[in-house]
Design a protein around this ligand. Structure first.
Ligand SMILES: Cc1cc2nc3c(=O)[nH]c(=O)nc-3n(C[C@H](O)[C@H](O)[C@H](O)COP(=O)(O)O)c2cc1C
Length: 190
């Protein structure tokens, strides 16, 4: 196993570089009104650019004591009802979502220098939808999971941020916020 002194480690980390991908064109003049539309375009572009498993994301939740937690999982669907993820009710995330039905979901697509942040309240899908998600998994992924323990959750996004990095550090952020059922969009270069 490789070990490094703290100073050497910091230097090694700086040497790893950042924002070394190639950002595709991003036309701020033709942004859709609905963030789902932009998300679908971006995840497909990420896949086309060679991102493996572009549907892998970090799901952050809050536990009963108010402490944050996060883990990697797969996006199961996205549409008008929100961003869907699935897992076991008996898991830490299951308990956390039961106590605090709110979450954040982050994507980072390195080759295209793009990241997406989704935040909002979480709703459990119907038991039929959860069962359908479990049934769609491979036999080995289903093994040992009682159907009542498998839940499809939807993040009903209220805040979605699209971030595209630039080598000159003039990063672009497009922010969608849902207020009174309508999306409001803003953008900035930071
Ligand atoms: C690429 C990847 C995809 C994963 N997909 C899922 C998933 O869709 N659902 C899930 O419950 N766990 C998934 N996991 C496992 C979770 O990261 C985590 O270990 C597990 O859900 C338990 O988390 P919890 O204790 O915070 O509930 C995935 C892990 C990786 C690395």
């Amino acid at each position: 196993m490789t070990s490094m002194s703290p100073g050497t480690m910091a230097q090694w980390l700086r040497g790893q570089g950042s924002l070394v991908g190639k950002a595709p064109p991003f036309d701020l003049a033709s942004l859709p009104d609905d963030p789902v539309e932009l998300f679908v375009a971006w995840i497909v572009e990420a896949a086309d650019a060679g991102v493996a498993e572009p549907h892998a994301a970090t799901l952050a939740t809050v536990d009963a004591a108010g402490q944050p937690d996060a883990r990697t999982l797969l996006l199961k669907d996205v549409g008008p009802l929100g961003w869907a993820v699935a897992g076991r009710r008996s898991s830490a995330k299951g308990a956390q979502l039961a106590a605090h039905p709110v979450a954040a979901l982050n994507f980072w697509w390195q080759p295209v220098v793009r990241a997406v942040r989704v935040r909002g309240p979480v709703a459990e899908a119907t038991s039929r939808e959860s069962a359908a998600d479990l049934a769609a998994r491979s036999a080995s992924a289903r093994a040992g999971i009682p159907p009542e323990d498998w839940v499809l959750w939807r993040i009903e996004a209220e805040h979605v941020e699209f971030w595209q990095g630039a080598r000159d550090r003039h990063h672009t952020r497009v922010i969608y916020e849902r207020r009174d059922g309508s999306w409001h969009r803003s953008h900035m270069t930071t």
